[in-house]
Ligand binder design. Sequence first.
Ligand SMILES: [Cu+2]
Length: 168
Amino acid sequence: MKKLMLIPIALIVVAGTLAACGGSDDEKLEISDVWSRTSAVSQENGAVYMTIKSPVDDRLVKASVSTSIGAKTEIHETVTSGSETEGGEGQEAMKPGDGEMGGDAMMSMRPVSAVDLPAGQDVVLAPGGYHIMILELAKPLQIGETFPVTLTLETAGEVQVDATVKEG
Ligand SMILES: [Cu+2]
């Protein structure tokens, strides 16, 4: 429920910014802070996060990485069901083998077909929300290494970005 309430606030902030600027200086797609970490769930999977700002209404419909990184790439959404864990980032609940997966605050992920990118709005892919999931990593991700990720946007087409592996 917390998440649902944050969205309208974000929209208001962006609307205000647009009204204040009014110009058309930001006509280009901005993708920043692209980073990756080995998943907390399993060393076999990785996740990529980033901030995307599109000049026009667009949608992220696909992401892919080289098979030298991982076998399969999906766009995921993290869903929290049950009560929220105080101050948690979700990592605790996602640790394997701690036997709490059936607890009252459970995080799970599901594939989504697309992420909406409203014009001029920062859309953040971050732990606990949308992310790009790399399944069946070819080898463990090393802190500091970078690898290319190809994103497909409905309007902008294919865009390649470099993800930097960080501790997360
Ligand atoms: Cu995932």
